[in-house]
Design a protein around this ligand. Structure first.
Ligand code: DON
Length: 302
């Protein structure tokens, strides 16, 4: 594993400097773009890494995955009455489909979908963001994971677009709770900070048929695990999901903090992080590193 990661690092290093750090969340705009880390967690729980794999970063939309798994645990199949499982083919923060499709978001990984899932968790948990923080602590065996309130507050101040989606869904009776309360928890979830090693560990249950080796528990059953991996493969990288399937071919989820998590089912989970993004909001070096990985292991889900 170590030599594989060293080779990937060498492949992508010349690309440092390409892309732009997310500017629309002011508290994230000051992150140094010239950073790169990658960590792999095998199904025995062994972690191998290269680069800045211990540096916590803002997980942003990767939180949508944990948010979804928490809701699946509570709502089962009923969840899919309120959110679809189709790729959107549009940017993650797009509003247009919502009106055409009567307030039912295409999938749980675009912002509109994650907001509906957050609304469902709002109805279930006294404090949804603390519940998610505790959930990722258990999944990654790290009790010192926190949400960065400066980032969450900065996002809340710039919430207009997400608020517009939530109110539109409320008008279609697909949003039960107060919009401002749900947005607060959604932003606190996005502002959770984890390292590549934390995220590689926390994703491992998806490589291991739903079983988490760190908490010695089944997080999802085998069928649910397959469903989540299918959603990650078709919608985890928004309007770059097709290209990601074409070039990489793994279930994956990106965030505008520059992290991308991915799953090699039956073998290992991984996380790669580099803050500079392409125009679709995905990490430039992250996508390149995953391309290098599947080329080198000569394996993809397809
Ligand atoms: O709601 C937002 O816009 C951010 N908190 C999350 C966006 C994100 O990470 C999209 N991913 N690429």
């Amino acid at each position: 594993m170590q030599s594989l990661l060293n080779e990937i690092y060498n492949d992508v290093k010349p690309m440092l400097g390409q892309g732009k750090v997310a500017g629309y969340i002011p508290a994230l705009a000051s992150v140094d773009p010239a950073q790169f880390g990658i960590a792999i967690c095998d199904n025995a729980g062994e972690v191998t890494s290269v680069g800045e794999a211990d540096t916590p970063f803002s997980i942003q939309s990767i939180s949508k995955l944990f948010n979804l798994v928490m809701a699946m645990n509570h709502y089962g199949e009923g969840l899919w009455d309120r959110v679809g499982c189709e790729p959107s083919g549009l940017p993650f923060n797009s509003l247009v489909q919502l009106e055409y499709e009567s307030g039912i978001p295409r999938n749980p990984f675009i912002n509109a979908g994650a907001l509906v899932v957050s609304d469902m968790n709002e109805s279930r948990f006294a404090s949804p963001h603390l519940a998610m923080r505790d959930f990722v602590r258990r999944l990654s065996a790290n009790d010192s994971i926190f949400s960065n309130s400066d980032v969450a507050d900065s996002e809340y101040e710039h919430r207009s677009r997400n608020a517009a989606m939530a109110y539109l869904m409320k008008a279609y009776h697909n949003f039960d709770n107060e919009v401002e309360d749900v947005l607060h928890n959604y932003f606190y979830n996005c502002a959770v900070e984890m390292s590549c090693k934390d995220l590689a560990r926390s994703m491992n249950f998806l490589a291991n048929r739903g079983h988490c080796v760190f908490s010695a528990s089944d997080v999802l059953n085998k069928d649910e695990t397959r469903q989540v991996n299918a959603l990650l493969a078709t919608s985890g990288l928004y309007d770059e999901a097709g290209r990601f399937a074409f070039k990489v071919g793994l279930p994956g989820k990106s965030g505008v903090g520059g992290g991308i998590v991915a799953v090699v089912p039956g073998r290992f989970s991984l996380c790669v992080w580099s803050p500079a993004l392409n125009e679709m909001g995905n990490s430039v070096l992250g996508v390149a590193a995953l391309e290098s990985l599947t080329r080198r292991i000569n394996w993809s889900v397809y």
